[in-house]
Design a protein around this ligand. Structure first.
Ligand SMILES: Cc1ncc(COP(=O)(O)O)c(C=O)c1O
Length: 396
């Protein structure tokens, strides 16, 4: 049994990140400046994207993308229910209606569920690459093209992931009016503390989104305090205050360089979990679909509850008692009180997500863990399963 508690997640911050932040502090550029530009350039090169914009969060990225696409009152936007609340909240902020749809057993939204939810008021589709495994983009794009709908991908978990050999966010995977939104939140695969980014191949959309991130002020407003800038600016639309700061970008520049290495460690640890849990019929490992590379932001196991005498919440408590932190991703959005009361969703409406929700536990999986930590998690899961396994007589 561990003597110290293993947190569910931790960032990996090295001396390079610390030195770069100190350099920002000493330079006087505390807000958007040259390091934000550098991060945008580096990210564009890494993704193979024509345009990238660094912003204050993935939530801001989603909000800006939908705003730039003209989503507003009376519109419907299709969102999977198995996501973090912000994917749907931003739709509500715009006065539009989120149409929450079910997911498949791989946690990702299906094209069938999206198609069934289309109405004449549908204005956009927001698929989520759950846990870092890309969803069925080809099928979703086919649907979007047929119905002339923009696709705003919530890639909060999926920076560095590939679909059919191309990176999520790359121009190779772009479709008309498609936008991809990433999160650099503290425990994401790469972090800027809080932060996010937008990628798109569309010039006009990129220009509009850039204006929206900083008050709608005319081009390069951030330069107005430099020798190269001018005090004069014009507000061409009522934008937001969603810009990234140089202090955040200082972290991001180094995190991006380390990202592929981080992903490799995540994959290696995921294999260790997969191999170990193959011996436990009580624990289903996360499904991996062909043609996609998974970056394992999450490692959600699904409990076979009919084989256990405890439920998911009790399982989490038993892990905690053994020194292991864990989490649940996510409470399906339609079950949250606001969405139930405002839009009339009820338990039973989206059964696959609800079934998953009852059974899932996200185990710790991050590069700051050691292989011994991984072994401790495996040991704790085995221990809980063996203690609470159903036998013919009842408890084992
Ligand atoms: C699927 C999903 N979308 C969006 C977000 C929002 O990201 P951020 O915290 O960067 O706004 C998160 C954050 O956890 C998420 O998990």
């Amino acid at each position: 049994m561990r003597t110290d508690f293993l947190p569910y997640a931790l960032p990996s911050i090295g001396e390079e990140e610390i030195a770069e932040v100190v350099d920002s502090l000493r330079s006087g550029w505390l807000t958007t400046g040259p390091k934000v530009q550098r991060l945008e350039r580096d990210l564009a090169a890494y993704l193979g994207a024509r345009h990238t914009l660094a912003v204050s969060s993935c939530t801001a990225a989603l909000h800006i993308a939908l705003t730039a696409l003209g989503i507003g009152p009376g519109d419907e936007v299709i969102v999977p229910t198995m996501t973090f609340c912000s994917t749907a909240n931003v739709v509500v902020h715009l006065g539009a209606r989120p149409i929450l749809v079910d997911v498949g057993p791989d946690f990702n939204v299906t094209a069938g569920a999206i198609e069934a939810a289309l109405t004449p008021r549908t204005r956009a589709i927001v698929p989520v690459h759950y846990g870092g495994q890309p969803c069925d983009l080809d099928a979703i794009y086919r649907l979007a093209t047929r119905h002339r709908l923009p696709v705003v991908q919530d890639a909060a978990h999926a920076v560095g992931a590939h679909y059919q050999g191309a990176k999520i966010g790359s121009d190779a995977l772009a479709a008309p009016r498609s936008v991809v939104c990433f999160s650099f939140y503290a425990i994401k695969n790469m972090t800027t503390g809080e932060g996010g980014a937008i990628a798109t191949a569309e010039d006009k959309l990129a220009e509009k989104m850039r204006l929206l991130t900083l008050h709608g002020m005319s081009r390069d407003a951030w330069k107005r305090y430099t020798g190269a800038g001018s005090w004069y600016y014009e507000v061409v639309l009522p934008g937001y205050k969603d810009n990234m700061t140089d202090i955040q970008a200082a972290l991001g520049i180094h995190q991006l360089r380390k990202l592929d290495g981080f992903i490799e460690v995540r994959r290696r640890y995921a294999r260790l979990y997969d191999d170990a849990f193959a011996a436990l019929p009580e624990v289903e490992t996360p499904p991996v679909r062909p043609g996609r590379s998974h970056v394992y932001h999450l490692y959600p196991i699904r409990l076979a509850l009919d084989r256990l005498t405890i439920d998911r919440s009790q399982f989490i408590e038993e892990l905690r008692a053994r020194g292991i932190g864990s989490s649940v991703h996510f409470v399906p959005v339609h079950l949250h009180p606001f969405y139930a009361s405002e839009f009339g969703y009820c338990p039973g409406d989206l059964p696959c997500a609800e079934d998953l929700y009852r059974r899932i536990i996200s185990l710790p999986l991050y590069p700051a863990m050691t292989e011994d930590d991984v072994a401790d998690v495996i040991q704790a899961v085995f221990d809980v399963v063996q203690r609470f396994r159903k036998t013919k007589e009842g408890v084992s």
